[in-house]
Ligand binder design. Structure first.
Ligand SMILES: [Zn+2]
Length: 224
């Protein structure tokens, strides 16, 4: 091939390549530096007391570095906790894995066994790590999801295959409603924030759990 024609072609490819990269970078990562407030917020530590591999199907993914204050220290990708599978892998900080394990043991399974006579085998994960404001509200305080410190669950699948959804079950059939309210009520024993359909419209279709710090001491709870 003629050298001049070849180099013209290469330059053409490069320009096309940069154009594609430029366009996709613009559309996938818009400039959203002001879409949440992180003033005074101290991201949770990477400290952890339990090795997630001993209680879950989990893989260490190191530290997740996100935009602005977003990111996870000591992050894990979790596909199941104990015998309970996740509908989609969750990215959470290490301490959330232990908390989720205790929550399943102390809140979910006792409620499932007493109400339905069978255990929960799967959770529908609605969200885990996400770099965003609370309730996706522009300008609001940064969400615990932005630190991998939160998990949203929208449905529970029982061993028989029966699915209990937060949205339809909260005020639905007697058993569904009772199970969901038991789980919601007991969740505050493990997590520091628990939000459900009674909290606000944003949580009509899922439970939100996190390990955020509340109050001056950082030991408060917020469960609605
Ligand atoms: Zn949430």
């Amino acid at each position: 091939m003629n050298v001049k024609r070849f180099s013209t072609k290469v330059i053409g490819w490069l320009i096309a390549g940069f154009a594609i990269v430029g366009v996709s970078a613009c559309s996938s990562t818009p400039n959203l530096t002001d879409d949440f407030s992180s003033a005074g917020v101290r991201p949770p530590s990477g400290k952890c007391s339990v090795d997630p591999r001993s209680i879950a199907d989990a893989v260490s993914i190191g530290n997740v570095d996100g935009r602005g204050a977003c990111g996870i220290k000591n992050a894990w990708k979790v596909t199941a906790v104990g015998d309970v599978a996740f509908s989609t892998p969750a990215r959470v900080r290490c301490q959330m894995v232990g908390a989720t394990s205790r929550w399943i043991k102390n809140a979910v399974q006792p409620a499932a066994r007493s109400t339905f006579g069978e255990p929960v085998v799967k959770l529908r994960i609605a969200a885990s790590y996400a770099c965003r404001a609370r309730n996706n509200k522009r300008g609001a305080k940064i969400s615990e999801h932005a630190f991998g410190n939160a998990l949203d669950v929208s449905a529970f699948t029982l061993a028989s295959g029966r699915v209990v959804e937060v949205q339809s079950g909260w005020n639905g059939g007697r058993k569904e409603s009772s199970f969901l309210k038991q789980v919601h009520g007991k969740s505050c024993g493990t997590f520091t924030t628990v939000l459900g359909p009674n909290a606000d419209a944003a949580h009509r279709n899922h439970f939100h759990f996190d390990l955020g710090k509340h109050g001056r001491s950082g030991k408060g709870k917020y469960c609605r």
